[in-house]
Structures are given as structure tokens and as C-alpha cells.
Design a protein around this ligand. Sequence first.
Ligand code: ASP
Length: 321
Amino acid sequence: MVNSFSAEVQRVVVLGTGGTIAGKAASSGDNIGYTAGQVGVADLLGGIDAPTGVTLVAEQVAQVDSKDMSFEIWRQLAQRCAHWLAQPDVAGVVITHGTDTLEETAFFLHSVLAAAKPVVLTCAMRPATALAPDGPQNVRDAISVAATKGAQGVTVVCAGTVHSAVDIQKTHTYRLDAFGSGDAGPLGYVEEGDVRLVRSWPEGGGSQASKPVGAGAVTWPRVEIVMSHAGASGAVIDALMSAAVLDPLRGLVLATTGNGTVHHALEEAALKAQAAGISVVRATRCMSGRILPKAGEQLRDAGALTPVKARIALMLELLGE
Ligand code: ASP
């Protein structure tokens, strides 16, 4: 049941993982030459007034540049979310995160958490030391979403826009409004602390394996992404299949052209891999749209999932076997 907490006492827990939002540069005019993951999450909350009736709790889970995000951090993050969401007086969880792999972490959490309360990831495109950092407003907006009555599921807040974990993609390298939700569009907007929804809150998720949320270390199945492009060959797949120094390959995501099309040479190698027991999935490298299924396809498709999200889905599927 959503919002079963008492109206007077609500906590919003803010979990820190690093990113540009916690980054520091040598000069305030430098928005790109910074080191990510330097400022603690408690300090990020420094100048932020919580909404009326909300108490903030800060917890540092990791302190990394999200380009270096790891499965172990994901496991810890999922565990901390599950722990806090189970507290009756916790309205929701906010996660500060780098923008580079934000959509992957959001999709992972969406897949493993049964989030009947909100889990809201947020970020910044400018470091904390910038002349006009975007992090504080994003954090404030994310807290507003986490404290919103009826909010649920894993979402992302950036530049006043609320996206679902399933649809969000980083679409820009530099602009403050760096994310899009493709054809689906955003879930809503945060305006002066109020959420204006234009779609429904996402389902609680949690349909995939629950193992990564468990206490012990997880052996993640190795799943690689191989892109189809002009002049592609089967060489990368052949090399992956025979690479003795790595964990054995369990799955392959083909980042395909258009509506799931694959260069014939790459397809031949992928079919060989599939025949050898590797799980192969096609995901389109197009920014928007989904793969429309056609009769006679020998390699299954990931629908609207991007290659990086299809990889997470496949890893969880293999983990659950
Ligand atoms: N490389 C940074 C990160 O993903 C970029 C950012 O946060 O905007 O942590």
C-alpha cells in the first residue's frame, strides 16, 4: 500500500554514489575538467530545505564516477534501497548518481526492486564547484518526487523533468537537460516542488531475479554488447567465444541497425554462438522506437530496450536460471 507512513513523520533517504553532482574542479568556470565523486552526500544536502514535514537522511553507498559503475555497487545499492523502503516512516529514496550510467542503474533497480514507494535517481551535468551548479535544484526536485503522495517505482529527475527508468536515455553530452524518454515522453515535471504528472507512475517493477539484492556476492554472467555496422564481421564474436582469459561468455547483445537488422557476417557468427549455447538478443541502436517482430527471425529481440538495458535484462535472466 502506497504512503502507509504517518502524515507527520516522513523520512526521505538520500543515498550518494558519486558522479559529477559530487564533482570538484579547480576553478568555478570549469564545467568539464573536474573530478567526479569528491563531495559527500551529506554535504550535497547542505543548502537544501526539505519539503515541510520531511526529514532527510543521508547515506554514502559509493563515491565513483559512474562511468566506472560496478555490479557490486549495484548490489549494495539495491540492498540499501530495499532496507530503507521497508521502513514505515520512509516515504522514498533519492539516489545521487553520475549521468553516464544513470539509465543503467535506474533500469537495474527497476528490475530487481518491488518499489511500491518511489526510488528517484538524480544527477548533475556540472560539478558542485561550478559557478551555477545544477545539482542542488535537481536534488531538491528529486526529494519533492520522493515525498509526493502516491509516487512509486524507479524514476529519474533531471532539469525539472521526471523520466521512467524504462524509457530514459542520456541524449546529450553537455546540456543541463541531458536526458530524454524517446517516444514515451517524460512522466512529468517538477515545478516549484510540485509534481505535474503527464503519465502514470511506473509499476513497482521487481519482475526479474531477486538474487542481486541478496546479502552475498553475486557471480554475474558475462554478457557482451557487439555492434552491427557497415563492414562488420564475425571476428569480435569469434574472439569473445575463444577468449580464455575472461569468464566464459554467457550472453550477447547485438546492437543492431534499424528494426533489428544485423550485418550478414555478424549474424552468421551470432547464430553459431547461439547454437553453442550463448543467449543472443537483438536490441536496436536507434535512439527511438522498438524492434517490431517479424516472422522467421532466428535471434530474439529486446523490443524497445536499448542495448545497455537489454544487457542488464539478459544478465538478470541468466542469473535467475
Ligand atoms: N562521468 C560523470 C559520471 O557519470 C558524468 C556525470 O555525472 O555527468 O559520473
